[in-house]
Structures are given as C-alpha cells and as structure tokens.
Write a protein that binds this ligand. Structure first.
Ligand SMILES: NC(=O)c1ccc[n+]([C@@H]2O[C@H](COP(=O)([O-])OP(=O)(O)OC[C@H]3O[C@@H](n4cnc5c(N)ncnc54)[C@H](OP(=O)(O)O)[C@@H]3O)[C@@H](O)[C@H]2O)c1
Length: 389
C-alpha cells in the first residue's frame, strides 16, 4: 500500500458534486496528502485544476488521470495507483460497478455518494467477499445519504445505557434543491423498483444475521407527530438500511435494536403534495417514453446556484428510548446535498487515508468503517451533532 502513488484519487471531479469535493479537498486536505483527479475529459479536468490552483497554489501541478467507465484498463489503473478512491460518477447503477470491482480486487478503499439501494445490494452480492479477502473497505453512501443518520444514530446509542433494548426514530427536515445527477439517479431508481426488490431479497437470503441479538426496522404510518414537530411520513430511502446494517455489525447497539425513519413537513397539504409527487414520478418512470420526458427536465452536470446552496439546510432529530431513559439528539448543517455532502465525502476519504481505524473489510457502512474518528472530523468541520433533550 505504501508504494502506491496516491493517497486519494477523486473520480468524477468534472461533475457538479465532484467539483465541490475537489474544492473541499484543495482547501482542507493536509499538506502531506498525495491526491489526484481522474475523469474522462482532459480539457474539463484541466479546467477543474485551474480552479483548484486559485484555492491552493499547490494544486497547480496535480496529476490528472484519464479514465472512462467504458475502458476497464483505465478503471483498474485508478484502483491500483491509490490507497483510497472517491467516486462521484453516477447514476451508480449504470456507471458504478467497474470501479467497485477493481477496488475489491486491488484491496483499495472506496467511498461514494450513492443513495441507490439496488446498486448497494448488487455490489454486496458480487464483490463483498472479494473485498473482505483483499482488505478493501467498500463504503457506500458517504454523503447526505447516509452519514448524518448513520453517525447520528451511533452518537445517540453512545449516550444510552448498555445492554438494554433501544428504540430510535429519526426525523428528517431539509430545505434545498438538487442537481441533474441526483435527479437522474432518482428517476433511474424509480424505474428499477422490481430489480431492486429482487436484489434485496437475494441479499436477505444470503447475508448472515447477528447471533443472540435482534435488529429491526419499523415503518410506522403518516400523521402528526409531536416529537418531530410536524407531519411525518415513513421515508424508505437507503438511510434506514444503512443504520440497520451498522446495528447488525456493532454490538454496542445492544441486544434488541429498533429504528424508524421519517420525513417531516410543517403542514398536512405539504405531505399530500409530497406523496402525490412521488407517486406520479414513480408511475411516469415505469415506461420508457414518459421516463425520457422526465429525464429531459434536468441535465447531468447542472446543480443549485451558490445562492440556492447558501440558503439550503438540514436537521435530523433522533428520539430514543432505552431502559427507561428518553433522549433527543440532533444533527444539523448547511446545504445537505452538495456543500455538506462534499465535506462528508472528503472527510470520509481523508479518514480512511490517514486515521487509525478498526481492522474491518468488505462492504461496510460509514459507522462500521470509520465510526468515532469520522464523527470527530465532521464535528471539527462544522456538522453539528448534539444532545438536545
Ligand atoms: N445521496 C447523496 O447524498 C448524493 C448527493 C449528491 C450527489 N449524489 C450522487 O452523486 C452522483 C453525481 O451527481 P452529480 O450531480 O455530481 O452528477 P454530474 O454533475 O452529472 O456528474 C457526473 C460525473 O460523472 C462523470 N461521468 C459520466 N459518465 C462517465 C464515464 N463513462 N466515465 C467517466 N466519467 C463519467 C461525468 O464526467 P463528464 O464531466 O466528463 O461528463 C461527471 O464528472 C449522482 O449519482 C448523485 O445521485 C448523491
């Protein structure tokens, strides 16, 4: 590993979130971090590098690596030359697998931003065992999906008594808009619900369960919820799955752990609009002609303006009960999907590259791979985790 040319390679730096991630690394990576940019378009990579040199003159000479998902040798070359890969090349179900496969084979640590359930399950089915054997840590969902929830629940569990059943409900509130890449990934995922369900059930069949402990998710129902301060609806994103995977892997979540995950809005009509909008998008995504129309509404590469990002925010409240103790914690920050996501993704890669971490490998969650060291990094970087009640 020490013979590898780089500590971190960022693949996808020419995209919207990749560009923000490159800027974060240029401003915050320790001087000793050896890092490079990778992408398929040399002219775009050079343009990104010029922008980074304005943030940090040391970036003016950084290496640019040519790599295209369609060219397997170029993807394997990335995995072979670095200790950690960051990828923001999505939709991951279309573009993600070659890099996961190359990292699993080469023993290279990997972080991404996927919120795509099918992709994560498919990568577990196809590459987890090889990653375990090679020592690669394949850590998906290191952005707004799923770091605030995964580390927020880990932090909450740390405040509760040991050895008792734990029930936690997570309530998500956020304001902001999304990029073309996120939009395309979501529409593609809506179009593939059947494939996603097949992968999930195959994984459930094969994955071992914790011995002598119980871990379960609850869905609950929509309605007014005083704990959440508004109207809630169960939110079947990748985040509760990530939390439950961490709970299965880590004994500290106790003998009987239950988690529910909800989106919160202030008023009932917003809830109705949200449910109606999601149902319409899922229906339209099923047929190629209407799906193509939906995909034309936003282009890959575009994203919220700096002004829109300045106004964006998130807050997640965790309400916990354990052994007679009632506790409320919160995680909050700025622009969830992009500014804070770039921070979370970069700090995850820096954590894998530089921090002393438990000896674990395979497809693992952020809490399992990095836990407290990543929590400490994110606190220092301005993501606010606190006990509020
Ligand atoms: N869940 C979360 O928390 C979260 C938050 C933000 C983003 N995301 C996800 O992150 C991904 C990126 O989003 P984004 O808005 O940044 O997308 P984007 O702006 O469209 O960027 C996509 C990147 O992929 C590259 N790319 C596409 N095809 C490629 C290929 N064949 N070979 C090599 N590179 C290729 C593009 O390169 P070119 O510039 O050369 O076209 C670009 O750098 C999406 O899947 C999105 O869902 C998730």
């Amino acid at each position: 590993m020490t013979e590898r040319a780089y500590d971190i390679v960022l693949f996808g730096a020419t995209g919207f979130t990749g560009g923000l991630t490159a800027e974060y690394l240029a401003g915050h990576a320790p001087e000793q971090t050896r890092w490079a940019l990778a992408g398929r378009n040399q002219a775009k990579l050079e343009q990104v590098r010029r922008g980074l040199a304005e943030i940090n003159p040391g970036c003016a000479e950084m290496e640019l690596l040519q790599a295209d998902i369609g060219d397997g040798a170029s993807i394997r070359a990335i995995a072979d030359c670095t200790r950690v890969v960051i990828t923001t090349v999505g939709p991951y179900i279309h573009y993600g697998e070659p890099l996961v496969a190359a990292c699993a084979a080469a023993g290279t640590d990997y972080v991404d931003l996927t919120g795509e359930l099918e992709f994560v399950d498919l990568m577990w089915l196809r590459h987890h065992e090889q990653a375990q054997a090679s020592g690669a840590r394949i850590v998906h969902s290191c952005g707004f999906d799923s770091i605030p929830y995964d580390l927020g629940v880990l932090h909450t569990v740390g405040q509760l008594p040991d050895g008792v059943p734990i029930r936690i409900d997570g309530f998500v509130r956020a304001g902001g808009t999304f990029s073309g890449g996120t939009y395309h990934s979501a529409i593609n995922a809506f179009a593939r619900l059947r494939q996603a369900a097949r992968c999930a059930s195959e994984r459930r069949r094969l994955e071992s369960k914790p011995v002598g402990r119980r871990v379960k998710g609850v869905t609950g129902s929509p309605g007014r919820n005083p704990d959440a301060g508004g109207w809630v609806v169960p939110f079947p994103s990748i985040d509760p799955q990530t939390v439950l995977r961490s709970a299965r892997a880590l004994e500290c979540y106790g003998p009987d752990f239950t988690y529910g995950h909800y989106l919160v809005v202030k008023r009932a009509p917003q809830l109705a609009g949200l449910l109606g909008g999601a149902a319409a998008a899922i229906a339209l995504a099923q047929l190629p002609p209407t799906r193509d129309l939906l995909l034309k509404l936003k282009s890959p590469g575009e994203g919220p303006t700096p002004e829109q990002r300045r106004k964006a925010w998130f807050n997640v409240r965790f309400v916990a009960d354990a052994g007679g103790r009632h506790l409320v914690t919160e995680v909050s920050g700025g622009d969830p999907g992009y500014g804070e996501t770039a921070k979370m993704l970069s700090e995850s890669a820096l954590c894998l590259a530089h921090d002393e971490l438990p000896d674990r490998a395979g497809q693992i969650t952020p809490a399992v791979a990095m836990g407290q060291p990543l929590f400490d990094r994110l606190q220092r970087a301005g993501i606010d985790f606190r006990v509020t009640g």
